[in-house]
Design a binder for this molecule. Structure first.
Ligand SMILES: *Cc1c(COP(=O)(O)O)cnc(C)c1O
Length: 836
């Protein structure tokens, strides 16, 4: 194998000890340097934003050095590298996490103290990097953390959205969206890499050109080009030698292309093109679990895929030499893995095919073999409305060459693979085809992924089983080893060590190991779950975290809550399948019971919500409005003696989750069975000692297996029971008629009790349960949910029983370390080796 001259390195094999030994004085010096020379600020002015920025820049200097060392080391060792393609990364804030991962938190805290600042305060300063909607984007962020922690070579690819997920506020209970301005004044964590810019063709037509050897070559004459400019965000491993990068693509007009217009004097027209190009990476589409279907979104996906694929090839050729040499195709497969996070980056498959064939003279069969070896795909949803399909007409207009490649893939697939197993079966061909025929033919993106990828994984065991049984049964017959499972995980660095320092300290002093790396070591707590002394320490920390959240609630909403109440938390995107409205219905029922009997024997409870609704999702927004209106009434009703409070915290995001989760007693994971692919919020909350009330859905099932039935409250229909109900024509009216509590609560929503003077404002929720057919089986699960809540209330009132449950939840979450997920991907899909 011919390789380019290797960079000679004198990298120390272990830099981690080096960073940890950076002294307090040195950190102070570095911060002061940036204050003075980068920011032109006076030292010791009382200006948190300036100190936040200077601290971040000082840290970034250390990180960038480590990034360079990592790159050199990875190149030299020629390890295989994974390229994680995701349209979303929900990174949150970076300062606290980077400090913890580098082992510099304590020394930085000391340095800042001498300058008159609390590090914890400064960590609150930066904006969240909210370049994602919810679980899918947060998963990508956790995976990058684990990849660097485990010393794997990895590049995250994403979009450099100018505006991430919208900011949410409430006006009279209604959700208001405003643009996210995360980099209004620049971010200290990103490095622009103009030398790695890409030029991306689109639109135009194909010319078939006869070759000298008698074959025909397709030449794409693009109608337009875009420029992709990469910004790298360093990803710091925890207590490791590795800093990888997240490469985010920003779209700009291609200057070269605009030359003509400038020369013809149409200066303003040229600027228009600039504006049009910039819209491609302007904003994150805010639809969770729902495809947007708009041309700009399609172009955004393509732009992202094309930039990333071209960059992957450029990086490969830079290290190993030109791909055009036949001997290097094999090397490419050995050194490159590409993971597709859902179908959003599917076009990368067609783009790699096109590039190999049109630009690198690889023949069809070899190009296809390379793609099959390199790509793997993660499925995240079974919801039909979230399965992406793009109209063939749109494809034809924007990406004519890619469409012709897709047709040829489809032909080979139908004529060879499908025909071999189901000869001359038109019905099967229509079902499996990459094209959905009909009035408006569409490309089925998931089918292209499954046909191409060598592995397709679901994200929790039940979900992967359903992918096989219900979503892709024929594909599973065709390729019995292709469909597999990798259960999701979360990084214990962000979701315990950094966000819950009190508990982290207790664990440090109890467990003689780096539990934040080897989370299974927490199982040693099992032996302390019954220990009264330990219970007292564990619950005292929960209490302190609850007091802190109490203050945050007061600050954000003005509502006063008692830390002695049960803190019952449902935080996640607002979606019918997640059933915030089941929680709401139960709250209304509790309120009714309390009004009927103010002496009702129950532990006071605070129901805490955090959720954004997609701006176009009408019912989701009405559920937010209803919850706020019910909250207003309940929180101001002195008759119920503070036994019930309802708090909807605005602008749910990673940094808010980090405040809520350490203070949660109860974790609401109440999706309709079969609808939540995995969930990861469930893992974060359990890890921090919250007890789950949940359905047998997604990873809840595996959480229940880990903690045992005594330490979780399971209720509701199972997947099979939901299917049976659907098969026999589920009739939600029956529950309304037969259950007096349900009837009373739903009828209450029709009155103006919660919306004085405006009866009917909350009726749409009732309508969705009745005339709407209750597609998510809220009424069918209501009684079982209410019963589980009663059992939970009883358990909480036995403090030592509750403490034991809480401790065991923390103790038994080892499986859900995202490091374990990454090792599963490595063994089963990527086959990487470490580089350290
Ligand atoms: C973890 C997380 C999610 C995912 O929560 P689920 O309950 O699994 O849907 C969504 N948003 C944020 C900000 C998160 O941190």
């Amino acid at each position: 194998m011919v390789t380019k001259t290797k960079t000679s390195t004198n990298t120390q094999s272990s830099t981690k000890n080096k960073t940890q030994s950076i002294t307090v004085a040195e950190i102070s010096q570095r911060i002061e340097h940036h204050l003075k020379f980068t920011l032109d600020e006076q030292i010791n002015v009382d200006q948190k934003p300036a100190y936040w920025r200077a601290t971040s820049l000082a840290l970034n200097d250390i990180i960038v050095e480590k990034l360079q060392n990592t790159k050199a080391r990875q190149q030299q060792s020629e390890v295989k590298s994974v390229n994680y393609l995701s349209l979303e990364y929900l990174m949150g804030r970076l300062l606290s996490n980077n400090l913890h991962n580098l082992g510099l938190y304590t020394n930085t805290e000391k340095a800042l103290k001498t300058m008159g600042f609390e590090l914890a305060d400064l960590c609150e300063q930066g904006a969240d990097l909210a370049l994602g909607n919810g679980g899918l984007g947060r998963l990508a962020a956790c995976f990058l953390d684990s990849l660097a922690t485990l010393d794997y070579s990895a590049m995250g690819y994403g979009v450099h959205y100018q505006h991430g997920l919208f900011k949410q506020s409430f006006a009279d209970g209604q959700q208001i969206e405003t643009p996210d301005m995360w980099r209004e004044f620049g971010s200290p964590w990103e490095i622009c890499r103009p030398e790695s810019s890409q030029t991306i063709p689109l639109y135009g037509h194909i010319e078939e050109v006869a070759q000298a050897n008698g074959t025909i070559k397709s030449v794409w004459h693009a109608g337009k080009t875009l420029k992709g400019v990469p910004w790298d965000v360093p990803i710091v491993g925890y207590n490791s030698d590795t800093v990888n990068a997240l490469r985010l693509w920003e779209c700009r007009a291609d200057n070269a292309f605009d030359w003509d217009t400038f020369n013809h004097g149409d200066y303003l027209q040229a600027h228009q093109q600039q504006v049009a190009a910039e819209t491609v990476s302007k904003v994150l589409y805010p639809n969770d679990e729902h495809e947007a279907g708009k041309e700009l979104r399609f172009v955004q996906q393509y732009f992202f895929c094309a930039c990333s694929v071209q960059d992957i090839i450029a990086r490969f050729e830079n290290q190993y030499g030109a791909l055009a040499e036949q001997s290097h195709w094999q090397t490419f497969c050995e050194k490159v893995a590409i993971q597709l996070n859902d179908t959003h980056p599917t076009i990368a498959i067609l783009e790699l095919m096109r590039t190999l064939i049109d630009n690198h003279n690889v023949d069809w069969d070899n190009a296809w073999a390379i793609c099959q070896k390199v790509f793997a795909y993660t499925n995240h949803t079974l919801l039909p409305e979230a399965l992406e399909k793009w109209s063939v007409a749109l494809f034809q207009r924007v990406l004519p060459r890619h469409l012709s490649i897709l047709y040829r893939i489809n032909e080979a697939f139908l004529n060879d693979d499908v025909n071999a197993l189901w000869p001359n079966n038109d019905d099967m061909r229509a079902r499996l085809s990459l094209i959905e025929e009909g009035h408006e033919p569409k490309v089925r993106m998931a089918h292209l992924c499954v046909v191409t990828a060598h592995r397709v994984n679901g994200v929790a065991q039940i979900h992967s089983d359903l992918v096989k049984q219900d979503l892709f049964p024929e594909f599973d017959q065709l390729w019995p080893t292709k469909l597999t499972n990798v259960t999701n995980g979360i990084t214990p660095r962000r979701w315990l060590k950094a966000c819950n320092p009190l508990l982290a300290n207790l664990l440090d002093s109890t467990i003689n190991a780096d539990w934040a790396k080897d989370l299974n070591r927490l199982s040693e707590l099992k032996h302390l779950a019954d220990n009264a002394d330990f219970q007292q320490q564990f619950m005292a920390i929960k209490q302190q975290n609850k007091i802190a959240l109490t203050k945050e609630i007061k600050k954000l909403t003005g509502i006063t809550v008692s830390p002695d109440a049960i803190f019952d938390v449902q935080i996640k995107r607002l979606h019918e399948y997640k059933r915030q409205h089941l929680n709401l219905l139960h709250i209304i029922s509790l309120y009714r019971q309390l009004l009927a009997n103010p002496e009702l024997d129950m532990q006071p409870r605070v129901f805490i919500f955090g959720a954004k609704a997609a701006p176009g999702y009408k019912l989701a927004k009405e559920i937010i409005y209803a919850t706020n209106k019910v909250a207003e009434k309940i929180n101001n009703d002195i008759r119920i003696q503070d036994k019930l409070k309802v708090v909807f915290l605005p602008n749910y995001r990673v940094s808010l989750a980090e405040k809520i989760i350490p203070a949660a007693d109860v974790s609401e994971q109440i999706s309709t069975a079969g609808k939540e692919a995995s969930g990861t919020g469930n893992m974060k909350l359990a890890l921090n000692g919250a007890v789950t009330i949940g359905t047998l859905d997604g990873a809840n099932i595996e959480i229940a297996e880990e903690v045992g039935d005594d330490n979780i409250f399971i209720f509701g229909l199972t997947v099979d029971e939901v299917k049976a109900l659907d098969a026999q024509d589920y009739n939600s009216y029956q529950y309304y008629q037969n259950n007096a509590e349900i009837r009373a609560c739903l009828d209450w929503l029709d009155t103006d009790y919660f919306t004085p003077g405006n009866p009917g404002e909350l009726s749409s929720i009732k309508e969705s349960f009745l005339a709407g057919g209750d597609p998510y089986k809220v009424l069918a699960d209501f009684q079982s949910y209410a019963d589980a809540q009663l059992a939970l209330d009883k358990a909480y009132r036995n403090p030592s029983q509750w403490a034991k449950m809480a401790i065991l939840n923390t103790a038994l979450m080892g499986k859900f370390n995202s490091d374990r997920s990454i090792e599963d991907y490595v063994q089963n899909i990527w086959h990487l080796t470490v580089s350290k």
